[in-house]
Design a protein. Structure first.
Length: 226
């Protein structure tokens, strides 16, 4: 059984690695996420869901426009600024559902970005989507550990090189840029930049708000070694 991002959000399903049980276990075993130390708790959510009777008129209107009133994940803190939330949703809808990139490439870019910012919620919400798009559990486990997954296919290697250069160097080399234009076209390059930028923005929102994972979900990303 597979779960969509919305299934994950609505049900708080197990760990975010809720896909075929065997593959999910491989992922969990390889990630070796560090448990919370005894006596310590995770930081409290700074911007939890706003009760309906506490919403401003603008927030109520935005919530009604957003997925029939179901505001979730990063859009919970974003609802504090309704216009930002709705414009962010519009950009996200394009990048997730209509971009010129293959789903496998797009999801790989999302996971690379989530790992870069150590964003547990994004990684959790997109793991099963990335897996179902064709990214193997071994590749995702390696990426979760902060290591180069050494993709087999050209499009995946290009995505990894492009995204890591952009995130680490704040720019992309001529060689990688030329390769990306030849492979994805100029629209594809902009869409790829858009994915990295959009999920960086969501990571900033989630990290600032300390948005909690669904109840019962363990943090899927291990801490980087120091």
């Amino acid at each position: 059984m597979s779960f969509s991002r919305r299934d994950f959000i609505r049900t708080g399903v197990g760990t975010a690695c809720a896909v075929a049980a065997g593959e999910a276990q491989v992922m969990q075993d390889k990630q070796e996420a560090k448990p919370v130390e005894p006596g310590k708790t995770l930081p409290a959510d700074r911007m939890p869901e706003i009760p309906a009777d506490k919403m401003t008129d603008a927030q109520k209107k935005a919530a009604e426009e957003f997925a029939a009133g179901r505001v979730f994940g990063p859009f919970v803190p974003l609802l504090r600024s309704p216009e930002v939330m709705l414009h962010a949703k519009a950009m996200g809808d394009y990048l997730r559902l209509k971009s010129s990139l293959p789903a496998k490439v797009s999801e790989f870019a999302i996971m690379i970005t989530a790992r870069y910012w150590s964003q547990q919620y994004i990684w959790a919400a997109h793991f099963s989507i990335a897996f179902n798009a064709g990214l193997g559990s071994e590749m995702l486990a390696t990426l979760a550990q902060g290591r180069n997954p050494k993709p087999t296919y050209e499009s995946e290697q290009l995505c990894y090189d492009f995204c890591t250069e952009l995130l680490n160097n704040k720019c992309v080399s001529d060689a990688t840029y030329g390769w990306a234009v030849n492979k994805f076209g100029e629209q594809g390059v902009i869409d790829l930049v858009g994915v990295v930028g959009y999920y960086t923005f969501l990571a900033f929102v989630l990290n600032t708000a300390r948005t909690a994972l669904p109840k019962g979900t363990q943090p899927p990303l291990p801490l980087y070694p120091h």
